[in-house]
Design a protein. Sequence first.
Length: 254
Amino acid sequence: MVAKLSAHCVPSVGTLKSALLGGFICLVIVSIGSTAYGIPLTGYQENWNVPGNLAGWDPNTTVSNAAVVDVGGNGGGYVRTTGNASASFDIGIANFRPQVTGQFTGSPWTAKVDLLFTRGNFDNAWLRFRAVEGSTNGWLYPLTNNFTAGQWNSRAVTFDAAWTDSQARSAGWVTDKDVSSTAISSPSWSQTMSNVMSTEVRLSGEGLLIAGIDNFSLSMVSGAAEPGTLLLIGSGLVGLVFRSKKRRKGFGPV
């Protein structure tokens, strides 16, 4: 393939629909084919308050659907993600665009998202980063063990791309292969976070699943997020991971 050079302008904070939050920065992106990765991030926020506009997010699996609902979010609109009634598999949304991919190096980050479990027997909710290098799988963080239906839950996690694999695991992160032994291996934590291909909110469970996703953001923070300070929360959620793992038939990249 021939590498091509293209220029993209993206909001430094927020998206086009919330451009009042900040100015724009221009990124020069080296891409192979039509896909570009490896660009440093500066921050991102999406509230899905524009009717019908998923703002670059797509259904994350072959059985999931996603649509913007104008009201009923945790303030304005939100994304409603649903599964296929004939299949029991993960649902959610993923984004491959430069605003939420590339390099997470240079500073700790905080990711935030609001979740609404509407219908189904949910067993996990993940923040998932997939890498370009090594394989199509990546690293996941279990966001909650509270799947009470009908109420919005605000979740946040702080992470550092400079962590070793051991430090990331101590803070509660796992790989796809940890969740399912049949999944292909993931690159190391540092390889993944230096070249993220996609950012994903992934919800797993059994039966017909319906959920809401709102107020997703990524922001740099000052001061390193030490794994020890996150260990108590991370270890509790990891326990849920391995309990649900016994019920999972597989965990693939789509």
